[in-house]
Ligand binder design. Structure first.
Ligand code: 6GU
Length: 249
């Protein structure tokens, strides 16, 4: 996968050099580039923002540096492509976007080229987002119902969620299967040694060696936990998501 991130604070993306993603970049499994938006300004002050038309607080990011950055990045990808490729996905982190979900992460993990435009201040001039439609599949995405100062942290969240789904990037693909949000239920609680810690015992069934009973217990725990903390997820389950034994929980 090719991944371009554009920001006025490229240092904010430094954590991408760590851990699984850092290794994937060094191994060549992930072709990552972090760009400084100010490289596409032409004035002495490297200006990227101005006051909003219509008045109001804060500043709005200028269209032109974004358009030049996005044009250069998409031209470069087109030159490098051996065959005609799909339009790259342009993700614009925004609290006004559609919710970022595990389903979206799965879909993005199958794409050839993602570009993330991290805005700051009150946002980016809307005309860039409209204009970019010609070259990109544009999506405004929000990582939750709260406000961040800019798109960089949201970009880190989305990159981590997507990258770990790319085959060959996560260490153990099996650890992807029984996770929270894979099938609409939260994950079961986990335990490791010692069997008794500060007087607290591991649930006996986990020491039984009875794998069918352990699977049933784990599923019950997932159902109970989800019903307790996220009843909205239970309500959203498909008609065939629960079996008759689940309904007894
Ligand atoms: Cl994706 N960006 C910003 N700036 N704030 C947010 C967000 C994204 N998601 C929630 N709050």
């Amino acid at each position: 996968m090719r991944l371009d991130v554009i920001s006025i604070f490229p240092e904010y993306l430094a954590p991408l050099q760590l851990s699984l993603i850092g290794r994937a970049v060094r191994d060549g499994a992930l072709d990552l580039a972090v760009h400084d938006l100010r490289d596409w300004t032409h004035d002495r002050h490297r200006t990227v923002d101005d006051t909003p038309y219509g008045g109001g607080a804060g500043m709005v990011m200028l269209a032109e540096p974004w358009a030049e950055a996005l044009t250069e990045i998409s031209d470069r990808a087109e030159e490098d492509a051996e065959a005609p490729a799909d339009r790259p996905v342009l993700l614009v982190p925004s609290p006004a976007g559609i919710p970022f979900t595990q389903r979206m992460a799965e879909e993005l993990a199958g794409r050839e080229h993602l570009v993330i435009a991290c805005g700051r201040y009150e946002g980016i001039d809307q005309r860039v987002v409209d204009w970019a439609d010609e070259r990109f599949e544009v999506r405004l995405v929000s990582i939750g119902d709260y406000v961040l100062n800019g798109g960089e942290v949201a970009a880190l969240v989305m990159i981590e969620a997507v990258a770990r789904l790319i085959p060959g990037i996560i260490g153990n693909p099996e650890s992807l299967t029984e996770e929270s949000h894979e099938d609409g239920l939260l994950e079961y609680p986990v335990y490791t040694k010692p069997a008794v810690w500060r007087g607290r015992e591991v649930p006996e069934i986990l020491l039984s060696g009875n794998h069918a009973a352990i699977d049933r217990w784990r599923r019950d725990q997932r159902l109970k936990r989800t019903a307790q903390v996220r009843p909205d997820l239970i309500a959203a389950l498909g008609a065939d998501a629960l079996d008759p034994r689940d309904r007894a929980v």
